[in-house]
Design a protein around this ligand. Structure first.
Ligand SMILES: CC(C)(COP(=O)(O)OP(=O)(O)OC[C@H]1O[C@@H](n2cnc3c(N)ncnc32)[C@H](O)[C@@H]1OP(=O)(O)O)[C@@H](O)C(=O)NCCC(=O)NCCS
Length: 157
């Protein structure tokens, strides 16, 4: 938690991370996430380049939280890579990030916004997300070991 005198004030939510912030966000996701552990930096940077990136800055510490949105900016969005630096959790930053995503002008009139979570359902439920109404209609190709295969080959452009 932030220091007692500092409280939970002074954070700024913004869109568009600079390169140092992207490197910090990559460290969190590659080293501490359960969904994209080991993601190579070039993959993360390409994903970021083609996504809407939201961050939270602390006045003294810089970037302390991130969220990524994959979207066509008209009908659909996928909210992912939500991560708050452990020292800044419990201040409502994840909730503020979700609100900022939902208020983005390109994301307010979508037919569907999706996300997947292991254990943070109540966080997202506070912002209108509900379990899939018809999970039987959904299918996926999931390759969690993609980055670990020796044959992994990636065009970073
Ligand atoms: C989950 C995470 C993003 C929450 O960040 P945070 O800034 O501490 O969350 P907030 O302070 O905005 O808390 C929002 C609410 O969600 C609740 N919550 C639900 N599931 C939670 C979880 N797994 N972890 C933390 N809070 C959770 C909190 O209790 C809180 O409820 P309250 O407002 O009624 O007290 C943060 O713990 C994190 O980065 N975890 C590791 C990565 C991760 O799991 N990301 C989410 C992937 S879907």
């Amino acid at each position: 938690m932030p220091g007692e005198t500092e409280g939970c004030d002074g954070y700024i939510i913004f869109e568009g991370l600079d390169s140092a912030e992207l490197a910090r966000a990559h460290g969190w996701i590659a080293e501490h996430s359960y969904w994209a552990a080991g993601i190579p930096i070039e993959v993360f940077l390409k994903a970021a380049r083609h996504s809407l990136m939201f961050g939270v800055r602390h006045p003294a510490e810089g970037l302390v939280a991130v969220a990524r949105v994959v979207s066509d900016r008209a009908t659909f969005a996928w909210l992912c890579d939500v991560f708050v630096d452990p020292a800044h959790r419990g201040c409502g930053l994840a909730g503020r990030l979700v609100k900022a995503v939902q208020a983005h002008p390109d994301l307010t009139a979508l037919r569907r916004m999706l996300l997947a979570t292991k254990d943070a359902h109540t966080l997202y439920a506070q912002h209108g997300f509900q379990p899939l109404a018809s999970p039987a209609r959904w299918m996926e190709i999931h390759d969690p070991d993609v980055y670990r295969r020796s044959s992994f080959c990636f065009d970073a452009r």
